[in-house]
Design a protein around this ligand. Structure first.
Ligand SMILES: [Zn+2]
Length: 461
């Protein structure tokens, strides 16, 4: 049965390789337009493509990580179309035999099926000075042309914009675990098919949504638009991130219009499944199970930490030097709170791992209090500070001098006699009030447990 909203995604993830998919031109570097090009990626007649082994390996590993049926051979096809973004007049892609089929990703207890995964080359970028529709001419930059992409096509199993974002995050996590994608240099784009119940599920396709945050916005906009305006027939639309709206491009071509043929210049490449399996890293599911077993984390903590490449990375570094439960609690609780507050996505955090770990160590040795650690973490999330010298310089070390704590406690008792008598008459909560006063006096640097004990001792004398 179809839900209120039906979404399918076609995701293009740029694979992390040094050179392009079919030539030796670098994928990154020189930004001057049309400098990272050669006869192959410019489509000169007679030039011959040679497939990039690394790109094929990334894609094959991804197929396995997505639980796909892995093809025995990589076979490339030509997708013919006439457009300036492909100098050859065809794109080398996979059509008849994709490298992976029938896979899945699980998100929040729900399975999103993967229809197919294939490798293809990126077209050139087209620059419309002044914007699409207004420009009197178009510029083409072939630097990107020929970069390796993995295209991941889902079944229409996604039921909301949030699920789409969650799916993309899970996919990026897998890609990062595999080393196949580096968010600091590789781009992820998606086309989304979306239909809603109110219009009888007439489909619109939104093209070229860049980045996983934009996808949620584009889908939210399109759902509202379809509810409001309806939809006449199958439409292809574009997402304008600046204006925050989708715009009609054209009616959709069908796949057959492209006239696919096998590429005669590229021989099939055998996929060595056993060899590749040996090279597969520990993936999120396995990590999650290990975290609960080896480190005794709760199911929930393990799922969150293993489900995000950067969190798993910092957690595994931290447990080499501190208690796992402490590290998990601080990463999931405080670190994520601080990142949220600063609107930094966990996948984009640049926190200094060594400094974060030294913060945990100070905390574990009770050299700073929880309250102090929280404040330092707020600073560390946005600024690269040396935690130990910062604690010294700002005199943030915990007040562990019992005489000082006792002095503060005596003062607080003298100033809060009503609370003291309330506590004595059985109102336990009154003690927290006095505790608060001591914590203020110590500038949050006393250990609340120690203070509580001291207060009880002094009051019961
Ligand atoms: Zn080239």
């Amino acid at each position: 049965m179809k839900g209120e909203v039906v979404i399918g995604l076609e995701v293009h993830a740029e694979l992390n390789t040094e050179s392009k998919l079919f030539c030796a031109c670098p994928t990154q570097g020189e930004e001057e337009p049309n400098t990272r090009t050669c006869p192959v990626c410019l489509g000169h007649p007679g030039s011959k493509p040679v497939a990039n082994k690394k790109a094929v390996e990334h894609a094959a590993k991804l197929a396995m990580a997505l639980n796909c049926r892995l093809a025995k051979q990589v076979i490339f096809s030509r997708k013919s179309y006439f457009y300036p973004d492909l100098a050859k007049n065809y794109q080398i892609t996979q059509y008849e035999v994709p490298i992976g089929e029938n896979g899945s990703i699980d998100i929040s207890g729900k399975r999103i099926r993967i229809k197919r995964l294939h490798i293809e080359e990126d077209p050139a970028s087209m620059i419309h000075p002044g914007g699409i529709g207004k420009a009197g001419y178009v510029l083409v930059d072939y630097n990107r042309s020929g970069n390796p992409l993995a295209e991941i096509v889902t079944e229409p199993d996604i039921a909301s914009p949030e699920e789409a974002r969650e799916f993309l995050k899970a996919l990026i996590t897998l890609l990062r675990y595999l080393g196949a994608f580096d968010p600091s240099k590789n781009i992820i784009k998606a086309d989304a098919n979306i239909s809603i119940k109110e219009t009888g599920y007439k489909r619109a396709e939104i093209k070229n949504i860049t980045g996983f945050r934009e996808i949620e916005k584009a889908l939210e906009y399109e759902i509202a638009r379809q509810k409001h305006e309806g939809i006449s027939s199958q439409e292809t639309r574009s997402w304008d991130a600046e204006k925050g709206m989708t715009q009609l491009l054209r009616k959709k071509e069908t796949e057959e219009d492209y006239g696919y043929i096998f590429d005669p210049d590229l021989v099939p490449i055998d996929i060595e499944r056993e060899e590749l399996e040996k090279k597969l890293p520990e993936l999120p599911d396995k990590k999650r199970r290990r975290y609960t077993k080896e480190y005794r984390l709760s199911e929930d903590d393990a799922r969150i930490l293993a489900g995000e490449f950067s969190l798993a990375q910092i957690f595994e570094k931290a447990v080499e030097k501190t208690r796992p439960v402490l590290a998990a609690r601080w990463i999931r609780g405080e670190l994520m709170r601080v990142l949220n507050y600063n609107k930094i996505d966990t996948s984009e955090m640049k926190i200094n791992q060594a400094q974060f770990i030294s913060l945990l160590q100070l905390l574990e040795k009770k050299k700073i209090t929880d309250a102090t650690a929280q404040k330092i973490l707020e600073k560390l999330a946005v600024d690269d500070i040396d935690v130990e010298s910062y604690v010294k310089k700002e005199k943030l070390g915990a007040v562990s001098d019992l005489r000082m704590i006792e002095k503060y406690c005596r003062e607080a008792i003298a100033e809060n006699l009503q609370a003291v008598s309330d506590y004595k008459s059985g109102k336990d909560i009154a003690l927290n009030f006095i505790l608060g006063s001591v914590m203020r006096k110590s500038g949050g640097k006393a250990d609340p447990k120690e203070v509580k004990e001291t207060l009880k001792k002094l009051i019961n004398l």
